[in-house]
Each structure stands twice: as C-alpha cells, then as structure tokens.
Design a protein around this ligand. Sequence first.
Ligand code: 5CA
Ligand code: ZN
Length: 407
Amino acid sequence: MRSWSAPKIPRLPGAGFPLRLFDTAAGEVVPTRPGPTARMYVCGITPYDATHLGHANTYLAFDLIGRAWRDAGHEVHFTQNTTDVDDPLLERATQTGVDWRELAEREIDLFRTDMEALRILPPRDYVGVTEVIGQVAALVERLREKGATYTLDGDVYFDVAAAPKFGAVSGYSEEHMLALSAERGGDPARPGKKHPLDWLLWRAERPGEPSWPSALGRGRPGWHVECTAIALANLGPGFDVAGGGSDLIFPHHECGAHEGHVACGEWPFAKAYVHAGMVALDGEKMSKSKGNLVFVSRLRREIDPTAVRLALLAHHYRADWEWTADQGVRAGERLARWRSAVSAPAGPEAEGVLRGVRDRLADDLDAPGALAVVDGWVERVLAGEGGDPGAPALVRDVVDALLGVGL
Ligand code: 5CA
Ligand code: ZN
C-alpha cells in the first residue's frame, strides 16, 4: 500500500544519545540496542472512522523513537499495518451502506493526510492486511504444523496451552486477561473452546462476509496474527520495538508475541513492547465505538497542525490524559513564541538546547522535558539576550529534526 510522504529532516551536529524506553514486558525503562538498522513495528489503524487525537498521540510517540534513533546514527526500518478487514469495519460499512473496501480506502487516505500534516515519519512498509492474506494464512499453517492450533466449526484457534510464556508481555492476571479479552474483540465465552483465552487465527467464511481461499479453507484472518505475519515478513523476529497504544497490551501484543515465539522458536519476538497512554475526552477514553472523538482533520482546520503536534508533545507519551480545547490555545501561544525567537538575529548559544533536547528524548521520550529546554532558550531571546547569530538557526533545526516541529 502507498505510504505517505516524508518530511525533510535537517542534519544536526554530532550524534544523539542511545535511546532508553519503557518496555511493558520488562516493567521498566531499558536501553534499546539496535544494530545499524533499528527495526520497529507499530500497529496501524482499523480504517472505519477518521483519525482522532488518541491515534495521533500514539503515532507521535513512535515518530519520536524513529527521530531519536536516526539522530543516534541508525537507519530505521519501520513497518505498519492497516487492519483493512475486520469486524468493526464490516459492521460500520453495513450500517452506513458503504462498500467496506471503499470505506477503508477513504479513511486510509484521510489518515495519510493527517499523518503528513502532523509530520509523522512514514513507515517503509505500509501494509494492508488484504494485500497479504496469503502470508497470514501461511503463518497460521505454520502454527498448525507446530501443533499449536485446533479447529472449532471450521474456525482455527491458537491453543494457549502451546504458549509456555503466556502472560510475559502484559504481566496481567488470568482474571484481568479474561475481562479484557471479552472487551477487546475476543470470545472467551464461546462454547467448545479448550481454554477461554484461546484466540482466533482464521475465521471460516460466513455468508455475506468477505473471504479468501487458503489451505485452511475459505475465510479471513483473525486480528492478532495479521500483525505477527506482517512484522515477520518485513522485519524478521527479534526486532527492536513493537508498539501501539496501551489498549493493545492485551490481548493484541500478548497473543502476537506467542504466535511469533511458536512460529520461529525465538523469544522475545520483539525486544521491547512500547505503549502510549490513552487520550480521553469528557472523562472517557476516546474511541470510535463510543464516538467521543476529536478528529485530527477537523482540529487542524481550527488550529495550526504544528500547534496540534505541540499540544500532544506537552504530555508524556505514557501518560493517560484528557483533551481540552485550552491545550490547543496554549500550544498556539507557545508556537508563536518559538517562531518569534527563531526569527531573532541572534540568541544565547544553543549547544545546550541541542544537548538538552537529545538528553530528554533519550530518557524514555521525555517530550515535556524537551519542550521546557526549548522554552528556556526562547524566553531568554524574547527577554532580549543575543550573542550568537547562529543560535536561532540551530534551535530551528533541533526542534524540526528531533521534535518534528516546523517553525
Ligand atoms: N488496527 C488495530 C491495531 S493492529 C487498532 O487497534 N486500530 S485502532 O484504529 O483502533 O487504533 C490505532 C492505534 O491507535 C492503536 O495503536 C491504538 O492503541 C491507538 N489508540 C486508539 N485509541 C486511542 C486513544 N484514545 N488514545 C491513544 N491511542 C489510541
Ligand atoms: Zn496490530
């Protein structure tokens, strides 16, 4: 699938610090140790509605990771899927009388435009599940050959008993897992399953639903296995970061990790599982199913998209927080101050800004700390301090390359 276009990234003097990130599986901040090419998989949208601020917040977190790795001298191989066939998409298409393919195409297009407006670095591989059904089915086959699956009325399930490390990613209790499974697309109560936490790998054809031929019979992929297959095909096992919002910790990333483990015999499937916090509106997590959404496409007509990005950066990526309109106003004011300061003929030396922003981002993406470093320099310029005629241009480049904020 076509990705979106990449913003230009200015080159900065020297190199950034090694990046440390909070790994959900480890339960602590750990150093990332990528090779010359850092490999990252980030779960993409289910395209049945427009991009909201929660999505934007999540994709911004992984954009910062890509920028920090690049700055530290790595190439970045970034892969993202689109869940372009799944129950919520099909349900929405039926409700609105639109063909599911048309709905997906329209929302993916809007997503690309939103990502470009927010200067999110594009994935190298942007893969729609419907483009790789054969790959997904082949992975399910492989899991079947390993004895990790069983069939129930034509549907193929992963047998959780075949995953010796189940729970290692989320660390959740079985009770909590059962509750989340029911809430997030699983079917713990389905009669005939060996264990309530067994998950669907291949859904046999149902009347009126799209399906594809495969060695497993006609049908379509279950959710988790699509990401495992796409990550494996593009990045291989043992990649550096698997990521998404914290609502993907369980079951999505937990299940995917064990599919990868059983299929490849390698653990961990991803070296770090990184999760962004949830953005809320009116006291509840923003979600397409609840409808309490602030769409990026609408917001960026009201305020400068660069201010939208700054408003998101003002929160730590792991925090859960609630959107309020005044945050957009404050971000707009900050943007105006920054723009005014980098337009000054000179400013106090900016090496410290470069070092400070690098330092804050390397420490588990402390974007609010990085903004404070820039604010400090900006306030001095606006108070009339000069000195170095090269400083404003350097700050402009630092903010652009590392924070993705174009001044
Ligand atoms: N297609 C699957 C992943 S394979 C999916 O979860 N799609 S989604 O459209 O529901 O979400 C896309 C990404 O945005 C996921 O990483 C999800 O964790 C994140 N996300 C969804 N809602 C929010 C929210 N309110 N705040 C922050 N991130 C969110
Ligand atoms: Zn995914």
